[in-house]
Design a binder for this molecule. Structure first.
Ligand code: SF4
Length: 329
């Protein structure tokens, strides 16, 4: 099921996207002994200038979705429409033309920035790849430093000379170098102190307003997702189990897993939330051997017999909200 971007036509539209990784054994023969379905048929749309927050526990496949969308990895199945063009199978020159529109901000700015390169070289890297003349690269780096709140003097310094927040600003400047239209922020503020997180979130929101960017905001911190997103998708073991308008998801979650995730977030009206508290027990099952039926049934506090044998599909709950749970029948 696709939830439409609420404001105008979609920039990104993903349909039945899948990424399966073969599991091999043996150093020489590398026999395939199984398959991890990291992403197993997800569909959603992101409108121009909108943010979809993608949440779930570690290992649920949300980062893999981000990497698929910017074609850092190839999908096993499904389509990725960028402004009406399916980019899921493009390669070589055809993909090169689209790559400048798709960028990625990584979680750990320290490990994603080359410590031997100056800030100028780091930010200019995507421009070099795109064949932009040197004089234009220098001018663009100056613009980008200003855009993300860094000083002109910073261009000759190295990553280790900056704080975590400043390094993430460098990572954002690099992502914006080619004037992209879509940016995946993969746990982009998770490694930062809370006060610095707020600064980077506000920077990303300001850049979205000024540049008309669309974001996929991948995070496990629901407080940040609530602040950042227009729509929210909740993933569990490679599939979306609930998706919809952020206000509806936070005010009236329909899926037991979403309810459990939200129970762990400090609520503004804590007393009201406490009454309906759902605790998430147990570990995420191995994606190599996921449970039959509803993959959440081994941890679900309200599971029924049917849940062990039949997988629920996403179905509309309200306008702009859908969830995959038998109890919604
Ligand atoms: Fe729980 Fe069953 Fe709904 Fe899955 S389908 S979330 S196990 S009630």
């Amino acid at each position: 099921m696709l939830i439409e971007g609420a404001a105008g036509p979609d920039l990104i539209r993903v349909d039945n996207l899948a990424k399966h990784f073969p599991v091999t054994r043996g150093a020489v023969l590398r026999r395939v002994v199984g398959t991890v379905k990291a992403v197993d048929g997800v569909s959603f749309a992101i409108g121009h200038g909108r943010t979809l927050g993608l949440v779930g526990e570690s290992g649920c496949g949300k980062s893999t979705v981000g990497r698929l969308l910017v074609r850092l990895i190839d999908p096993t199945a499904g389509s990725i429409m960028l402004d009406g063009t399916d980019i899921s199978r493009l390669d070589g020159e055809a993909m090169f033309q689209h790559r400048r529109n798709l960028q990625f901000v990584f979680q750990d700015p320290m490990s994603s920035l080359n410590p031997r390169m100056t800030v100028e070289k780091i930010i200019a890297e995507p421009l070099v790849v795109q064949g932009v003349p040197v004089a234009e690269q220098r001018a663009r780096v100056g613009e980008l430093l200003d855009l993300v709140g860094l000083a002109p003097a910073h261009r000759t310094r190295y990553p280790h000379e900056f704080s975590g927040g400043q390094r993430q600003r460098i990572g954002i400047a690099r992502a914006l170098a080619t004037n992209p239209r879509f940016v995946v922020c993969d746990e982009a503020v998770s490694a930062l102190d809370v006060s610095v997180q707020a600064q980077i979130v506000n920077l990303l929101k300001r850049l979205q307003r000024e540049l008309g960017l669309s974001y996929l905001f991948v995070a496990h911190d629901l407080s940040v997702v609530r602040h950042m997103s227009d729509d929210v998708a909740v993933m569990y073991l490679g599939r979306i189990v609930e998706i919809g308008d952020r206000r509806r998801i936070f005010a009236a979650p329909a899926h037991p897993y979403t309810k459990a995730l939200l129970s762990s977030v400090p609520a503004p009206r804590q007393s009201a939330r406490r009454e309906a508290r759902t605790l998430l027990s147990g570990e995420l099952p191995s994606p190599l051997n996921p449970p039959n039926g509803c993959a959440f049934h081994t941890r679900c506090p309200v599971a029924i017999a049917r849940c062990k044998v039949e997988r629920p599909e996403l179905r509309p709950v309200e306008t702009g909200q859908a969830a995959a749970c038998h109890l919604l029948d």
